[in-house]
Design a binder for this molecule. Structure first.
Ligand code: FAD
Length: 120
């Protein structure tokens, strides 16, 4: 019913920052809102790990909690202090979902976030 191009256009044009990574959080795709919020163009960010967004002030336990959920095939959501390419920080409300293949293995992660700095 829905032409395949519409999925692509919808993700590309979504107001949320959307990225798709490999199982090690290496970015394979980022939409326009991701570039707008982070300051990285799609060309710059593809191939880098999502950890480039880390401001390195988020407690390690939070990342451990994130990865424990993701490895258990569960989605994770929470707030992270992120760093833009230019260096400024912002509070990101992040949601990460494991993407499975037909065999039930995690092949990718879908990351979605928005800048909630002004709401706090
Ligand atoms: P790391 O060394 O990467 O990790 C810190 C701890 O996390 C480690 O001690 C380990 O316990 C655990 N860990 C890391 N990688 C793995 C793995 N592959 N498997 C199991 N455990 C692991 N981080 C942000 O700061 N901001 C974001 O916006 C953000 N978005 C993300 C979106 C997606 C889709 C995914 C999959 C991850 C995202 N991350 C984000 C997490 C990011 O990949 C890093 O794990 C995190 O930034 C910490 O990076 P680090 O280099 O400080 O520490």
């Amino acid at each position: 019913l829905l032409p395949p191009d519409v999925y692509r256009q919808a993700v590309s044009q979504a107001d949320l920052a959307i990225s798709i990574t490999d199982p090690k959080a290496r970015i394979l795709y980022a939409n326009d809102s991701f570039s707008r919020i982070t300051g990285y163009s799609a060309e710059e960010i593809v191939g880098l790990n999502e950890s480039v967004l880390s401001n390195h002030t988020t407690p390690r336990e939070l990342y451990q909690e994130m990865w424990t959920a993701l490895q258990a095939h569960q989605p994770w959501s929470g707030k992270l202090l992120n760093k833009r390419k230019c260096g400024g920080t912002y509070l990101a409300e992040v949601s990460i979902t494991p993407v499975h293949n037909a065999a039930g293995e995690i092949t990718h992660f879908l990351g979605m976030h928005r800048d909630v700095t002004e709401l706090h």
